[in-house]
Design a protein around this ligand. Sequence first.
Ligand code: S3P
Length: 427
Amino acid sequence: MNLSLPVASTPLKGALAVPGDKSLAHRAALFAALAEGTSVVENYPDSGVTRAMRGALESLGVPSSLEDGVLTLKGNGFRPFPNAGATADCGNSATTIRLLAGALAGTGTAATLDGSDGLRKRPMNRIADPLREMGVAVETTEGRAPMAFHTTPAGLKPVDYAVPVASAQVLSCLQIAALGASAASRFTVPGPVRDHTARLLNSMGASIRDDGRTSVVAPLAGTALRPLQARLPGDISSAAFLFVAAALVPGSEVTIANVGVNETRTGILDVLAQMGAQIVRTNERLEMGEPVADVTLVAHPLAAVSVQGDLVVRSIDEFPALAVAAAFAEGRTVVREAKELRFKETDRIAAIVTQLRALGAEVEAFDDGFAVTGGTLKGGTARANGDHRLAMSLALCGLRVPVEVEGAEILNESFPSFVPSLTSLFT
Ligand code: S3P
């Protein structure tokens, strides 16, 4: 599918909600599968990546239903999955494969995890190495999927492990596995990664002490996880595209209601505010242990910004969209200390630079980031590269100059209602 948005001649205005948060949705389904009893989760998003987790759980013997945004799932408990020996297809979803790996390890389930060609390119030694330290028998395919887990005797070895990359997927995998260890494990991470795993598991009866850099996981040791009765907040990583859209079109004012504003995810709001957009949060509250708010963005002229350090970790999925905001800002935006972007759905540093350059922008790649000079993007045709976030970000350029994005159907992996949501803001 080729996607071409109309150049906006009037401001974007309005208030809307976005689908439920994908990071929380993956965790809710997986932890519900590990709980005793039936979980009911509202505002559950239906997209390629959330189907991947539900499909993989079904192959392992834990089916779920999703009707009118309500997920219902009867848990198997924290014990080996019913379909031992199965191969679970994790589609394009790295969160699915890495978190499920932790669950197979912790419950001692023998099964194989596989996925799409794109997923088979992503690094898995970052989880396989520490899992082996915990005594898990896991084989990768040259450090990638397919990954075969063999039955491990109950009671993994507790570890004290420093995760070398600021990755929530790796930390979460290890935290889940550690629920099945014979004593407490301790993990450290080099940056403030999203902490949804600890928050959600603790709300279900686990004991994970997490201060953002260090987490200590007590084994469940026979304690059952309680089922979930929850409603997911809107996904800030989907809202991000609408915020950037509003920031690009002079005079815009857009509110996204009920969006998750967990501090580990709100880097996008901080960066857009630093660039000059006005961001106002109202109706702030806690839902299922997660901060939620209505967030309004009022457009003002954008200025270049420098992004590095913790702000990179807190905006890790938002760089394709931020690069587009930078392309329409005054000055040269520089992003550094962001090498992890090379290990996403695609090498996002290479993809951002190549595609913005194809649209005429002045861009530079660094080993650990990129720079974009605002005001240089002219328009033309760009490619999504099999990356849902790149597809939506490149399409946003079309609000300012004529742009066509090839391969844009990949956006269905994460935000199938992107186009109708955006066009509902046209005035
Ligand atoms: C996610 C963690 C991040 C993020 C991904 C979702 C999660 O990946 O990019 O979209 O739900 O834990 P890393 O942990 O590899 O940085």
